[in-house]
Write a new protein. Structure first.
Lengths: 293, 164
């Protein structure tokens, strides 16, 4: 099929894009990497009258300042995969992006576009949740900070206002004694995940868990942060028990790809694997911040 | 919608085209410029038959608007360097190995593999392994050959390129 006719404008800045978005309302859509929006247009699942292309608005590369990794919204997936600052600052995200799309999708797709699309099976969405990221959004009234766990509001829906645009993603840089892990199950490599799990585990000097963040994709109407309740844990058996508890609390639904029971089972198995691997990495990486594998 | 005039630089030549803003790069290359080596497959970025190089990187022609390609070199398989219409060495490998049957996926396979081999060389990572080639080609579907011969052809080319 062919996309319905629409008009096109290239925005030279985020402010210009916000102005255009504010004046056109629901008739306009922001075009970033286009790897989700363009298929929706080709399949005629969306009918905007105007595409506002923000690609000319931002050329900034990733940077690190004050312990935060700053990823401009137009950071391509390939950059997440390969950039040194991302690999060292958030190895979880760099690793997870291997599962996103294919070479062509990763060359064009962007982190801001992926988050704004808010797919409930998103690898990137689950990573920013687990990593405790914050999103900077620009709107007609200026800029505001949205914690990642407040960004996702349901199937393909965010907490962004109608004329707001994501401009940056801020992620706390990986610390010593912090380990990460990402696991997913998909029917075929590069397919949408049936279930994906992103985990960050932090240990104290005695190798007991001080903090654990687990985020899951494919188990609800949005990517979801789970309370692993692991403080003080010292054994893999503790982690397995926590994974079982995480899975038990979920209420996934049946769809054509998998049953609710299978999703819950995947959530338990993948969470246990992710927690074990993250803990092992944290123990191995003590003193060597966020060492990549 | 009104048509707009664009200049697209395709395979080293400038082309003046009148397009609708909503027309994809694939549509314009195939329908307006007659480049039959850029093909409509799925329209969702999954199958790889519309692969072109934009600024030297493989992209989905079906998910890129023609207007977004203004001022940026576009390369299709037909534009691969080869003096006197000679085939590119990777195309020779495809022929020798029987890696092309109906040929519909071939341009996307060739461009994606070429990018992979060149990237590995630029990054000093040597020749991509068979597993790395399989990973890079996950978004290029072939319904004829079953991929084995395609992998053989790309490995042969990667070996050649590594010796140069």
């Amino acid at each position: 099929m062919v996309a319905p006719a629409f008009d096109y404008v290239a925005a030279g800045s985020y402010d210009e894009a916000v102005r255009l978005l504010a004046s056109h309302g629901d008739d306009a859509k922001i075009l970033a990497g286009g790897q989700s929006l363009m298929p929706m247009l080709n399949l005629r699942l969306a009918h905007p009258e105007l595409l506002i292309d923000i690609n000319p608005a931002d050329q900034r590369p990733p940077s690190v300042a004050d312990g935060m990794l700053r990823l401009p919204a137009l950071t391509r997936h390939r950059v997440l995969l390969e950039h040194d600052l991302v690999r060292r600052g958030c190895p979880l995200l760099a690793d997870a992006v291997r599962h996103v799309g294919n070479v062509r999708v990763r060359n064009r797709g962007t982190i801001g576009g992926s988050l704004a699309h808010a797919d409930p099976t998103s690898e990137i969405g689950s990573c920013v949740l687990a990593a405790g990221a914050r999103v900077l959004a620009r709107g007609p009234d200026g800029e505001r900070v949205i914690p990642a766990q407040e960004l996702f509001a349901g199937y393909w829906t965010t907490a962004l206002d109608a004329a707001e645009i994501i401009t940056d993603v801020l992620i706390p840089v990986a610390r010593p004694r912090q380990g990460w892990s990402f696991h997913e199950m998909a029917r075929r490599t590069s397919d949408f995940a049936i279930v994906a799990v992103a985990a960050l585990v932090e240990l104290d000097e005695s190798a007991a868990v001080t903090a654990a963040r687990v985020a899951l994709a494919g188990v609800a109407d949005r990517v979801t942060l789970a309370d692993a309740g692991l403080a003080g844990s010292t054994s893999d058996e503790d982690l397995d028990a926590a994974a079982a508890l995480v899975a038990e609390r979920l209420e996934p639904s049946d769809d054509v790809h998998a049953s609710a029971a299978y999703r819950r089972r995947l959530a338990r198995v993948l969470t246990a694997r992710a927690l074990r691997q993250a803990r092992a990495r944290a123990a191995g990486a003590a003193g060597a911040a966020g060492a990549a594998p | 919608m009104n048509k707009i005039q664009l200049v697209l630089t395709v395979n080293g030549r400038d082309h003046e085209v009148w397009v609708q803003p909503s027309q994809t790069l694939l549509d314009v290359l195939h329908d307006e410029l007659g480049l039959a080596d850029v093909r409509y497959g799925c329209g969702e970025g999954l199958c790889g038959t519309c692969t072109v190089l934009l600024d030297g990187e493989p992209v989905n022609g079906c998910l890129t608007l023609a207007v977004q390609a203004v001022g940026r070199p576009v390369t299709t398989m037909r534009g691969l360097p080869g003096p006197d219409d000679a085939l590119h060495p990777l195309q020779e490998c495809f022929l020798r190995r029987g890696a092309s049957q109906c040929g519909f996926c071939t341009p996307g396979m060739v461009l994606t593999a070429l990018d992979l081999v060149q990237r590995h060389r630029e990054q000093g990572r040597g020749r991509p392994s068979r597993e790395e080639i399989r990973y890079a080609l996950v978004g290029n579907l072939c319904r004829c050959t079953g991929y084995t011969k395609i992998l053989d052809a790309i490995e042969e080319y990667a070996d050649q390129a590594a010796r140069q």
